[in-house]
Design a protein around this ligand. Structure first.
Ligand SMILES: Nc1ncnc2c1ncn2[C@@H]1O[C@H](COP(=O)(O)OP(=O)(O)O)[C@@H](O)[C@H]1O
Ligand SMILES: Cc1ncc(COP(=O)(O)O)c(N)n1
Length: 279
């Protein structure tokens, strides 16, 4: 049977992040993608030029249209923009608590533009974090959510623990923003007590637009296929590593990754990501 996933996120006209990255990633991993648009951004590799959010009633109508008809097996949220949209999403998803929910707490685009209103952080913390099967913050997002500074691997562990105590069932803290180390290392931690680090070679490139969205979408696709949370994050890490490595050099700024790289090369390249400290 066809596996179906749903992304609730913003549109990136440049096609590298947001809804577009999510749908491409779902497709590459063999999952049928459905989508709910929360905002429209006029965006390219040079930055975000304009943002317009979608009416809350329209967000709700989209969620109902998809969930009332499709056998959705995993849900991901990305850019949610406002506390009103966050509350509406949380409210609509209440009846679907059995479906795995991946929360990518998108706050700021790589170029610095805000994709979440400041006061909406509170709504994210109180309405979505407690229902997340997996939350996938990058370092600055984890710092905002917890108020803790992250400078070292030890800080990453303390912060991930803090996010678990705030209600998430599992945390994948992405280490892409740590420039003090020659590798890209993400920390997985779950309330079941399991934790491991996924380490890969840090690629020297400016083409990392949409890496966070793509990572979370890949994990969501794998969950939709019935894979375990641990298997899903490992596949997602391999997916994003290959997508960055096999970059496609588009645009004049921070370009997108190559979503097709994993499908083309995974036979040759799986094993690239080292799992360390598995407990
Ligand atoms: N230069 C890089 N080389 C290899 N992997 C990277 C690089 N930058 C980010 N990643 C990986 O991409 C994913 C997204 O990371 P990150 O950049 O931290 O998130 P975001 O895109 O949300 O800011 C993580 O799995 C991270 O390890
Ligand atoms: C519509 C939209 N959603 C999310 C991001 C974050 O992108 P990144 O994964 O590079 O942090 C973005 N730039 N635009």
């Amino acid at each position: 049977m066809t596996s179906v996933a749903l992304t609730i996120a913003g549109s990136d006209s440049g096609g590298g992040a947001g809804i577009q990255a999510d749908l491409k990633t779902f497709q590459e991993l063999g999952v049928f993608g459905t989508s709910v648009l929360t905002a429209i951004t006029a965006q390219n590799t040079l930055g975000v030029h304009a943002v317009q959010s979608v009416d809350v009633a329209m967000v709700t109508a989209q969620i109902q249209a998809v969930l009332n008809d499709f056998p959705v097996k995993a849900i991901k949220t990305g850019m949610l923009f406002s506390s009103e949209i966050i509350e509406a999403v949380a409210n609509e998803l209440k009846a679907y608590s059995a479906i795995p929910l991946v929360i990518d707490p998108v706050m700021i685009a790589k170029g610095g533009a805000s994709l979440l209103q400041n006061e909406a952080v509170i709504a994210l913390r109180s309405h979505l974090l407690p229902v997340a099967t997996l939350i996938t913050p990058n370092i600055p997002e984890a710092e905002v959510l917890t108020g803790q500074r992250i400078l070292t691997e030890r800080d990453m562990k303390l912060t991930a623990n803090r996010l678990l105590s705030m209600g998430a069932s599992a945390v994948l803290l992405k280490g892409g923003h740590r420039e003090d180390v020659p590798y890209a290392e993400d920390l997985f931690m779950s309330t079941s007590g399991e934790h491991f680090l996924m380490r890969s070679k840090r690629i020297a490139t400016q083409h990392t637009h949409g890496t966070g969205c793509t990572f979370a979408a890949a994990a969501t696709a794998e969950l939709a296929k019935g894979r375990s949370l641990e298997e899903s994050v490992v596949t997602a890490k391999n997916f994003i590593q290959l997508a960055i490595e096999d970059g496609i050099e588009l645009g004049n700024g921070q370009g997108p990754t190559n979503h097709a790289a994993f499908r083309k090369r995974n036979q040759l390249k799986t094993g690239e990501v080292k799992l360390i400290e598995r407990r």
